[in-house]
Design a protein around this ligand. Structure first.
Ligand SMILES: *[C@@H]1O[C@H](CO)[C@@H](O)[C@H](O)[C@H]1NC(C)=O
Length: 245
């Protein structure tokens, strides 16, 4: 299972109320404030920007939120993450542990991208399209990529030996080391079949030994698949690609 921000945000944000446009952040918090007060000052400005973006799912609101996040990220990246986490929890977009998991693991990457980006000349729309699924696809623009050195003049493909070999290619195999048979398969998180704290028992649907549609693969499935593969072929080598998990 691949969890993108877009999936999570688009599927879990139900509210569509319209909020008046929040003021852009054009200044830094007053220097005479304590660190904690500065954080509060920032939260008061960043949170309306974020909630406008997730409530309206409007491209312009998303770019504005990114711009606000960027100006605050220069001061302290943690404040941006804390504001995003706060909004996610307050709006009950996801379970609290999923909010903090996504914000603090994926957020720093988005912040880094925003810091390198020219948000108002297209990059903002691209980030809001790629990472959050809020802006429409900006389309493909043409460009020139130059190779570090020119193509060799005497390049020759090696002569094939004619010998055929088996290769095993595993892709996106998503074996979940935390899969627990019998745990809740019908959970409120993006990925189920784990022993999360606070789940009511008995489960609505118990995770089976061999897997469930709402879960990644149990370890047993992965191991047995590898055992079986070795009975039907003897690959010269194997490659594993894709997201793992
Ligand atoms: C950034 O904010 C966090 C949380 O408020 C704080 O613990 C940390 O000291 C701040 N870092 C800097 C460099 O100000």
């Amino acid at each position: 299972m691949r969890i993108g921000f877009s999936t999570v945000i688009l599927s879990l944000v139900a509210a569509t109320s319209v909020i008046a446009a929040p003021a852009p952040i054009t200044e830094a918090p007053p220097v005479h404030l304590s660190q904690l007060e500065q954080r509060g000052w920032v939260m008061d400005r960043l949170k309306p920007l974020f909630s406008k973006a997730v409530n309206s799912l409007q491209c312009g609101a998303c770019v504005a939120a990114l711009s606000g996040a960027k100006s605050i990220a220069y001061l302290n990246k943690n404040w941006v993450l804390d504001a995003a986490n706060g909004i996610c929890r307050e709006m009950k977009m996801m379970d609290a542990d999923v909010c903090s998991g996504i914000v603090y693991s994926q957020g720093p990457v988005l912040i880094q991208a925003a810091l390198q980006a020219n948000l108002l000349s297209g990059d903002g729309k691209m980030i809001c399209f790629q990472a959050l699924g809020i802006c429409p696809s900006p389309g493909i623009s043409s460009g020139t990529v130059s190779f570090p050195k020119p193509k060799p003049t005497n390049a020759k493909a090696p002569t094939p030996s004619g010998k055929l070999v088996d290769v095993m290619h595993l892709s996106d195999w998503h074996v979940d080391a935390h899969y627990v048979p019998g745990s809740e398969a019908e959970c409120t998180k993006p990925l189920c079949c784990r022993n999360y704290a606070g789940q009511s028992k008995p489960p609505k649907r118990a995770a089976s030994t061999w897997g469930d549609y709402k879960c990644d693969a149990p370890k047993k499935l992965g191991i047995d698949m590898l055992k079986y593969a070795s009975t039907i072929s003897h690959p010269e080598f194997s490659i594993i690609t894709g997201d793992i998990p």
